[in-house]
Design a protein around this ligand. Structure first.
Ligand SMILES: [Mg+2]
Length: 376
């Protein structure tokens, strides 16, 4: 018997944006940047009475890019042809330059379109994409350089004890690598708190020089069993990353500032990383993240989802070469303040929201609660 399905609405009827600013729970900094709030730009695509939702953690300028450049491309497009619309969005922004604000805007819209497509088809996104695994491992991520020891300890204990996460990451490279003694003391503290069984990662956000990264990384590896060294030097220094990778046993990771596919190809071609990071809210949404994962797959390299843990779930379930997804403190904290339908975390694993009715990525803006943070 022939299978039939309701024909989805043939056109995306509208695309809207909104901007929210959520203060952090305390001052935060990594090796090379400090911040006190997170801005979330939400894009919603509508078709046939159904809404798809995407977002990026970036500048309010993303909303301007979406309104000025992308609305006219997306409106009237076929919601089944997300990849074609993605390409049209990228081409429409040629003269603006893709990296940065533009790519973040494209990412939010691309995620909204994938969510919309799955919902129109009556499917959860992991069903539409297909799965390689039943759940996604995460690592706890925060450990900001601004934290005192008590705050660091409480955060680590919550990840490992309360949430059952077997891997954690702290920030190092404080003040552009000028306080490596405190970096080492905080790494020692983290190891004491999480015990010997938990994997310990560090992220310097490009704060060290090449030789400094090798010296500090060796101490962290040999004395505190650190196994992951993220951006030991600037992620623009592909040779430097490769040098650190060759000289230390720790895994070197980078890729969070990748805003287009060629960036990741160059990073892989230079042999700069043991694990490639990519962010669905920056790199071009689900469409580009899946391509980046395929590039890594072809190079025999695993991929890790940078930040945005809940949004990464559908594509993280899909790709066979997933390492893990970053359970970043800011986003883990603010997503429940703005959105319904978040995937549950248990035993260090993110899973699809339970229930047969969960469609798309399962999440939607909770407007009434979000409005108190609205700035655009
Ligand atoms: Mg990082």
């Amino acid at each position: 018997m022939a299978v039939t399905r309701a024909r989805p609405d043939p056109e995306v009827g509208a695309l809207d944006t909104s901007v929210y600013r959520v203060p952090t729970d305390r001052p935060e900094a990594d090796g090379t940047l400090a911040w006190s709030a997170t801005t979330v730009v939400v894009a919603r695509a509508h078709a046939g009475g159904v809404t798809g939702t995407g977002w990026t953690y970036a500048s309010p300028a993303c909303a301007v890019v979406i309104e000025d450049q992308l609305v006219r491309v997306v409106t009237g497009s076929d919601p089944m042809d997300v990849v074609g619309t993605h390409e049209a969005m990228v081409r429409a922004c040629r003269n603006l330059g893709r990296p940065g604000v533009v790519a973040c805007g494209v990412s939010a819209v691309d995620v909204a379109l994938w969510d919309l497509k799955a919902r129109l088809l009556g499917l959860a996104l992991p069903e539409l994409l297909g799965r390689s695994r039943g759940a996604v491992p995460v690592y706890g991520s925060g450990g900001f350089t601004t934290y005192d020891d008590a705050t660091t300890t409480a955060q680590l204990e919550r990840w490992v004890g309360e949430l059952g996460i077997p891997r954690v990451k702290i920030k190092v490279g404080e003040s552009w690598g000028s306080d490596q003694h405190r970096d080492l003391a905080r790494t020692a503290l983290a190891r004491r708190v999480v015990g010997v069984e938990t994997e310990l990662f560090v992220d310097a956000n490009g704060g060290y020089t090449r030789k400094q990264a090798i010296r500090v990384g060796r101490r962290m590896s040999e004395d505190h069993s650190v196994t992951w060294f993220e951006e030991p030097v600037s992620s623009d220094d592909l040779d430097g990353l490769r040098m650190v990778r060759d000289r230390l046993d720790v895994d070197v990771a980078a890729g969070e500032y990748g805003y287009d596919e060629p960036y990741f190809r160059r990073m892989l071609a230079a042999g700069s990383v043991d694990c490639l990071q990519a962010d669905v809210t920056r790199c071009g949404g689900y469409t580009s993240w899946l391509r980046v994962a395929a590039l890594a797959y072809a190079a025999g390299i695993r991929i890790s989802g940078h930040c945005a843990p809940h949004l990464h779930l559908p594509v993280a379930l899909h790709v066979p070469n997933l390492a893990h997804v970053e359970y970043f403190h800011d986003h883990a904290r603010l997503d429940p303040m703005l959105f319904d339908g978040l995937p549950p975390l248990a035993g260090g694993l993110l899973r699809q929201a339970p229930g047969a009715g969960a469609l798309g990525h399962g999440m939607a803006l909770r407007q009434a609660d979000a409005d108190r943070f609205r700035v655009g």
